[in-house]
Ligand binder design. Structure first.
Ligand code: UFG
Length: 340
């Protein structure tokens, strides 16, 4: 019995593969390397002592996916494979819809034909938009996200709910807040292609001198220091939540529809300037920054109420912002050492 992990060489995917292997799951990775690199597979092996089976192809290639399902006894899937750059999704909407939704549908076709259940979907807090009150729990009304990327997440959720209902399947939607950090071994981490869009990779590259200055997008938000607030969750904690969610789904021996939804965050909001200061003090490095205008589409504040995951999955975030940011700096040093 194996678990298919699509996008398993990507940022959250690779950390989750490690946790799955540590929990004795057999892992099959499908990843087209469009936003990941092959050395991550080697590093997973270095960390766990096991090399997962790896298929390098695009999930839109139905015939190849079919062969993977023929070759292995797959009993569940964690689906990370997706394009995820918010800005790029506005420039290439059709590519985003095609990639993120067709790949999902192709896996679900296999699940349907073979009567497989247990599907975990990487969703995002973006499905809540700017919520009216904080913290955000799972009953907070959804708003159609502004970005095409966000829309693919919300549409993916709807597709999965229909799938679960029609075929009496078990699915779980995990709504991540802002994942940050790297593996404590410094062998896995976020690998932004080109100029990073997200805050922490940009801070990391600025501290390393790759970028001259961080642009802080707006200091006129209605928050204490004027910068926007997010809930930064450590990637290894997040990875562990996937294992807990998978075990919980698999333990539900029911033939009935199961649609689980969990917010995964720390429950604590941090402003952009707090992240910068925490990075500086955790790593004793300077992060030069300048205040700029707001970034289009950004919301003011989002942080999670993750009590449901604690109650039902016995999971909660365990790592502080500073500890997470230390791992980011170790990862940057590792990346530099790879260049030499
Ligand atoms: N920020 C900066 N400078 C930067 C990058 C980010 O000031 O160079 C700020 C942003 O304005 C925001 C905060 O840092 O206030 C966090 O920004 P990120 O880009 O790291 O994360 P977002 O909260 O914007 O994005 C996250 C997920 C997306 C998801 C989005 C929905 O990364 O996948 O939430 O709001 F779509």
């Amino acid at each position: 019995m194996a678990i298919l992990v699509t996008g398993g060489l990507g940022y959250i995917g690779s950390h989750t593969v490690v946790e799955l292997i540590n929990n004795n799951f057999e892992v099959i990775i499908v990843d087209d390397l469009s936003n990941s690199e092959k050395f991550i597979l080697h590093n997973i092996e270095e960390i766990t002592g096991k090399r997962p089976i790896f298929y390098p192809f695009d999930l839109k290639r139905k015939e190849l996916l079919n062969q993977v399902f023929d070759a292995h006894d797959i009993e569940g899937c964690i689906n990370f494979a997706a394009f995820k750059a918010v800005g790029e999704s506005q420039e290439k909407p059709i590519d985003y819809y095609e990639n993120n939704l067709f790949s999902l549908i192709n896996i679900l076709q296999e699940f349907k034909t073979r009567k497989i259940s247990n599907f975990i979907f990487s969703s995002s807090c973006t499905v809540y938009g700017q919520a009216d009150k904080m913290p955000i729990d799972e009953n907070t009304p959804l708003k159609m996200p502004e970005s095409v990327y966000g829309k693919t997440k919300q549409m993916g959720e709807e597709i999965l709910k229909d799938f679960a209902q029609s075929y009496k399947s078990k699915i779980c939607l995990l709504r991540y807040f802002n994942p940050i950090g790297a593996h404590p071994s410094a062998l896995l981490g976020e690998l932004p292609i080109g100029v990073p869009n997200n805050l922490v990779p940009y801070v990391m590259q600025t501290a390393a001198g790759i970028r001259e200055k961080l642009s802080v997008w707006g200091n006129d938000y209605p928050t204490e220091d004027g910068t926007a607030i997010r809930d930064y969750i450590y990637v290894v904690d997040l990875a562990k939540a996937h294992v807990a969610a998978l075990k919980s789904l698999m333990n539900k021996e029911t033939e009935e529809t199961v649609i689980d939804v969990y917010n995964l965050g720390t429950g604590k909001g941090s402003s952009v300037l707090e992240v910068v200061q925490a990075f500086e003090s955790a790593n004793e490095v300077a992060v030069p920054y300048q205040i700029c205008n707001r970034r289009e589409g950004d919301i003011t504040i989002a942080y999670a109420n993750a009590d449901k995951a604690e109650r039902e999955l016995n999971w909660k975030s365990a790592t502080s912002l500073e500890e997470s940011l230390k791992t980011v700096w170790e990862w940057q040093k590792y990346l530099e050492s790879r260049k030499n």
